[in-house]
Structures are given as structure tokens and as C-alpha cells.
Design a protein around this ligand. Structure first.
Ligand code: ATP
Length: 270
């Protein structure tokens, strides 16, 4: 729709030529998926990080002196989590001891490459890294398991092993908490899956921000309210070093195509 300034009809503002609705000074670089506001990069960083800080504080995720392991796969979510958490820890003086904890499932051409990214993150963010492998813990790699059982149910095995491996790694690091990069989209997906499966017990638990408080080491999801699209934008604008290939053993072509399209649809090009 055309707008009128001093009675003169103006052409519609082009996406990318609009001013940021927060500072009103810089050009908008994106339309925030969460609020649909036109926002510049600098203001986007501020609101994105502040929302995660608020989530941490409002839900008492940590206490001063906590040792916290960041489940680091090298993917976008855990890379952004490691970066933002170390920034917030410094800025807001959470007084946390942060560690990167990676599980090597033994998937050639996937996890070996993504672990190289985590090793670079270790240096870039100055966070100590611990890697635990299925081979050392269980005597099997995922490559061996898929050779033995094929591609059916392999993700179920891998998920169960990874959960336990993260606990074992966390125990070796003597941490108080594990944080993972599960985001709002992941949680929505889990809710839908649990509804489809009729799994009422899991349905009630799957949205909790802290889980496993009765187990060895509690797990937290600081990205519970963070949209996946915004995590991708943050990583892109900040030029974070992350690994973006899907697992070799997980092949859903339609999902991957739609995700690629979805991840690109919110940027303005100046
Ligand atoms: N191999 C791993 N080692 C350590 N942590 C992991 C590993 N795989 C997954 N995680 C943790 O579990 C979270 C969810 O992983 P999942 O593979 O389900 O989602 P994702 O969206 O691909 O996450 P990411 O972008 O961080 O890879 C990750 O963000 C990370 O914190």
C-alpha cells in the first residue's frame, strides 16, 4: 500500500531501504522471524543475546561457580550457544566455568569433519574441549552399527548412546550442568512427535527447560524460546565457524530442501 507524507503519495518502502525500528538510525538488515520487526544487525545482536540472558536469569539455569559443559556438535545451534554463553558469562559475570563437550559417534565423513570445527571453536572461544567417543565407551562406532543393522532404527541407537555418552563425558569433566542447543523449533517438533505417538508422559516433560534433575547431571536448554531461523541469522551475520552438513545416516530430502529455503527467506540484501 502507498503511504502519504505531507499529502504526497510515496512509493512503498523497499525491503532493505527501511530504517531499523529499534534505533531508527541504521538500515534494517532483516525482518525478525520472532516479532516481524525490521531491524539492523547491531540491534538484532542486542535483542537476540538479551532474550537468552533473560531466559537464563528468569529460569535460574545456573548459579555462580557452576561448571557447565556445552554439548558441542559443531553445528549452528551449539556453536551459537558456545559463543553467546561465553559472551554473556563475561558480560553479566555469571562466574561459570565453561567447557565444550563433544561426542564422536564414529560417522566417517560427518562427525570427523564437524569435530574439526569444534577444535577450531576451542581456540576461537578459549573454551577447553573434551571429546568422548562411542568406540572408546562402547567398542562400536556408528559406522560399525549401521554395517550390522542397516539404516533402520540406527537414529534410535545413536540417540540413546549419545545421551549416555554426554553424561559420561560430563562426569569426567565433573560439571554441574550440561547445556544443549535445542531451540524452540526442536521443542515444537518434539511436541508434535509425542502427540502423534500418543506418548503422554514424554509430552508433559518435553517442554521443560531443565530436565534430568533426578539423574546424574541436569540438562538445560537456554535456546528454549529462540527460533532456529534467528540462530542461523546470528551465525551468518557474526560469521561464526560452524559445520552445516547433515548426518550421512539421516536422509530426508524434502525436509532438507525446505529447510534450506526457509533459512534463506528472511535476509535483506543491501
Ligand atoms: N555429537 C554431539 N556432541 C555433543 N553434543 C551434541 C552432539 N550432537 C548433538 N549434541 C547436542 O544436542 C543438541 C541438539 O542436537 P541435534 O543434532 O538434535 O540438533 P541440531 O539442530 O543439529 O544441533 P546443532 O546445530 O548444534 O548440531 C546440539 O545443539 C548439541 O548441544
Amino acid at each position: 500500500m502507498d503511504s502519504a507524507i505531507d499529502g504526497v503519495r510515496q512509493p512503498p518502502a523497499r525491503a532493505g531501504s527501511r530504517l531499523c525500528t529499534h534505533c531508527g538510525e541504521r538500515k534494517a538488515a532483516l525482518k525478525r522471524p520472532k516479532t516481524l520487526e525490521q531491524i539492523c544487525r547491531e540491534c538484532f545482536y542486542i535483542v537476540f543475546e538479551d532474550e537468552i540472558h533473560r531466559t537464563i536469569v528468569d529460569n535460574n539455569l545456573f548459579k555462580p561457580g557452576d561448571r557447565v559443559a556445552i554439548g558441542a556438535s559443531g553445528g549452528k545451534d551449539s556453536t551459537v550457544l558456545a559463543y553467546v554463553l561465553s559472551e554473556l558469562n563475561r558480560r553479566h559475570k555469571y562466574c561459570l566455568d565453561l567447557f565444550l563437550l563433544s561426542v564422536d559417534e564414529g560417522i566417517t565423513g560427518y562427525r570427523d569433519d564437524s569435530l574439526e570445527t569444534v577444535k577450531r571453536n576451542e581456540i576461537q572461544y578459549g573454551l577447553p574441549l573434551k571429546i568422548v567417543s562411542y568406540k572408546d565407551l562402547y567398542g562400536w562406532t556408528m559406522d560399525d552399527i549401521v554395517k550390522a543393522i542397516g539404516l533402520k532404527n540406527n537414529c534410535t541407537f545413536c540417540g540413546v548412546f549419545r545421551r549416555q555418552a554426554l553424561d559420561r563425558g560430563a562426569a569426567l569433566l565433573s560439571v554441574d550442568k550440561i547445556v544443549t542447543g535445542h531451540n524452540a523449533d526442536d521443542i515444537a517438533e518434539t511436541v508434535l512427535l509425542n502427540i502423534l505417538r500418543g506418548d503422554i508422559a514424554r509430552l508433559s516433560r518435553c517442554t521443560f527447560i531443565i530436565t534430568g534433575e533426578d539423574g546424574p547431571i541436569p540438562r538445560c536448554k537456554p535456546f528454549k524460546y529462540t527460533y532456529e531461523k534467528e540462530i542461523v541469522m546470528y551465525a551468518y551475520f557474526k560469521k561464526l565457524d560452524y559445520f552445516s552438513t547433515e548426518c550421512n545416516f539421516w536422509f530426508l530430502p524434502m525436509y532438507r530442501c525446505s529447510l534450506a529455503f526457509y533459512n534463506q527467506s528472511c535476509f535483506y540484501t543491501h
